[in-house]
Structures are given as C-alpha cells and as structure tokens.
Design a protein around this ligand. Sequence first.
Ligand code: SF4
Length: 243
Amino acid sequence: MSAVPVQLHRRSAGRSLDELREIAEIAGPELELAAAEDIVGWAVETFGTRFCLTASMTDAVLAHLASRVTPGLPVVFLDTGYHFPETIGTRDAVAATLPVDVCSVAPALTVAEQDAAYGSDLYARDPDLCCAMRKVAPLEQALTHVDAWATGLRREEARTRVIAPVVGWDAAKGKVRVSPLARWTRADVDAYVAEHDVLVNPLVADGYPSIGCRTCTRRVSPGEDPRAGRWAGTSKTECGIHA
Ligand code: SF4
C-alpha cells in the first residue's frame, strides 16, 4: 500500500479538457448498457495509466471487479482521520489481498491541526468546510495527474445520484468520471459479493449500509433510507466529491 499516490504523480501530460469532455459525452450513451467489467476495460484502454479508482471501503466490489479486468490499478482512499477502525481495517485488508495499489491520501491538516486552526469538532459546526478540507481538496490533489477516475457510485443510492451516467464529464474537476456500477441494484452488489467472496466492511452487517466518517455516520433502522445515517439531523446529503 502506498502512503501517497506515487504512481499518480509520475504520469505524463494528458488530453485537453475539450478532448476529455468529448470522450465522456460520446462514451456515456454508448456504454449505458455495458457490463461493469466492459466499462472498466474501456476506461483502461482509453486512459491507460491516467486512470484510477476511488474507494470508500464500504466494500471492495469495485476494486475487486477492476482488478479482474486489469491488475495493479491505483485505488485512492481518502483517509480523513475520522474513519471507523473497521474502515481502516477494510482498507488494509484490500491492500493485502487484492492486486490493486491502495493509495491513502491525507488532508493538508491533521485533525489536531484543524482543531487548533478552526476549533474542535468543525464537522458539527460546518460540515461543508470540514468535507472541503478533508475530502474534496485531497481528492482533487490526488487526481491531478489522471484524466479519468472511477467510483462505486450507484443510482439507487440517493435521489442526487439517479441521473449519474456510467461515463460523464465532471466539469468542476475537469475529469471524466466513470461509474461502472451506476446501474447496479443492492441485489446486484450482494450477488457479486457472494459469488466472489468479496471483502465487505463489517459495519455493513451492523446496521451501516453507507459508511463515512465515524463522526458523521450513524446506524440506520431496518427499512430506513440507507443513506439516512450520513450527516443525520442536517440537510447535508453529499460530501462534495460527487458534485
Ligand atoms: S464526513 Fe464529517 S468528519 Fe468527515 S470530512 Fe465530512 S464533515 Fe468532516
């Protein structure tokens, strides 16, 4: 496992923004009904070493699936400093057992430094600012030298995700965003996990179907919206990395 995304920083210059946007706009409709493995294969073929994955470590489905297509792909994990121990354990298990290069990316400030600069428990007072510093900015830094990145985003996870294309243009980041699992249902995920014996964060079975920082994630009740435990009691529904 890499402490920093070394591979990402060794990459050469890529295509222009106009070229990347055109690629995304053509590929999105063309790959809408493609299998997840084929979408990953297209991304590897199109972007080569200027492509990476990201993972929240709720499960290892995308990392497992992508590693079957092309071993050795970089998997960026945003180590906010606020994760559950089970999430860190899942990250370490993925790094130890799958043929992927897990790259843990840390924010500019440690939790202690952030507390000193902004006051303690910023997540409770201004979660948007906390996420901007501990998730959004580190991800943008990690993606500096890639043209495309893949996430495990699924349309059925949230109302904000129902129109997510399998390949789309992320204008804010100037990158092609690839979502090979966009059309997957919960049942599809469960079937893949069972068929391939994929690593799953133990918190999922403990009532946490969607897992973020421990400070901003609570257990959900049976039948409750799977993402109801994220920033519960606030109007916040996304950390900003999928904006
Ligand atoms: S999820 Fe909570 S603790 Fe984690 S970065 Fe966002 S606001 Fe901060």
